[in-house]
Design a protein around this ligand. Structure first.
Ligand SMILES: [Zn+2]
Length: 326
């Protein structure tokens, strides 16, 4: 079983009134449930878990999920981005069936702290043919709809928050028909089934291309890199007179992946390299750093570069560079 470093969120059954399974019925075409651009300012962290046992299996038979995860998690790169406000959107038109607000926005250490309220502040929208979408972990006080209200596809339901069982800011969406939870990436088909038909609109399906691994933060700072400072977007800016540190946070890494981060000077000369042993297991997220002290007191003016690569099964699957001018 893969234990995600990041946590997890779960759907609160208590929020939803039990509905009979209705069997056949055309599903809604789903738009993005969050106002962002996947791969740029938001990222799929966890997919639907297709493994019935204690293991995990996402729709591509990968590990970007956790045991029992019943929806999709689209995360923001930082909590600072969440505080600036990112809307959660109705993925399809429908009628608001239920809402919950008033749950505190905070990272919880254990599920027990939010037992029965794992969804946090959330909204359920009913669609035709017994289909429903449920949205979780929204910001307290941000819920913008009321039960019984008709909503159009793309309507703002509230904002991304940190309520319920979550350790990072994201929008969780569960899709179900009656009581049957459905993976929007397969439309109910099994994982790795070539006949799977996603429920997403074609445009959104193209935006949500499966990305494992991908980078959610990368940049330069000076001195130690604290996760809280990355989340707060408060890392110190590098200067010519201080150590220069490159950092990357990637998600969706597999066991065996080989990560390398190098820092080079304006002439392309390598200043530092961090190439840890292959990962011993899948990692929901992983930080990597590489830093150096300035020679003779100060860095020469110019552009410094980080290069980050991930090699999987002998093949490069991710390569990215970023630069800073000192
Ligand atoms: Zn989730």
């Amino acid at each position: 079983m893969i234990r995600p470093i990041l946590a997890v969120a779960a759907f609160a059954a208590a929020m939803a009134a039990s509905a009979p399974s209705v069997g056949q019925g055309a599903p809604p075409r789903l738009g993005l449930p969050i106002a962002c651009t996947p791969g740029k300012d938001c990222f799929v962290q966890n997919y639907f878990d297709h493994d019935a046992g204690p293991g995990v299996k996402d729709h591509r038979c990968g590990t970007m999920t956790y045991d029992g995860h019943d929806g999709v998690d689209i995360r923001l790169p930082t909590t600072a981005a969440q505080r600036r406000g990112v809307a959660v959107l109705a993925a399809a038109s429908g009628t608001v069936k239920g809402v919950r607000d008033g749950e505190v926005d905070r990272v919880v250490a254990s599920r027990a702290e939010v037992q029965g309220r794992e969804c946090g502040n959330g909204v359920i929208v009913s669609h035709a043919n017994g289909w429903e979408t449920q949205y979780c972990h929204m910001a307290r006080g941000s819920i913008a709809v009321k039960p019984g209200q008709a909503v159009a596809a793309g309507a703002r339901l509230g904002n991304v928050g940190l309520s319920g069982w979550t350790q990072f800011p994201h929008a969780h969406m569960t899709v179900r028909q009656g009581t049957t939870k459905v993976d929007p990436f397969t439309g109910g088909a099994a994982a790795c089934d070539a006949a799977a038909r996603p429920l997403w609109s074609p445009a959104v399906a193209a935006q949500l291309t499966y990305a494992s691994p991908q980078i959610i933060n990368a940049g330069f700072t000076t001195g130690a890199v604290e996760q809280a400072a990355i989340e707060g977007e408060s890392l110190a800016r590098p200067t010519r007179g201080a150590p220069l540190v490159a950092y990357v946070r990637a998600i969706g890494l597999n066991g065996g992946d080989r990560l390398t981060l190098t820092l080079s000077d304006p002439n392309g000369r390598e200043l530092a390299k961090n190439a840890p042993p292959p990962l011993d297991r899948a990692k929901a997220q992983q930080f990597l750093f590489a830093g150096a002290r300035p020679p003779s007191g100060a860095w020469a003016a110019g552009r410094y570069r980080l290069t980050y690569t991930v090699v999987r099964a002998g093949k490069p699957v991710l390569s990215r560079t970023a630069e800073v001018t000192l």
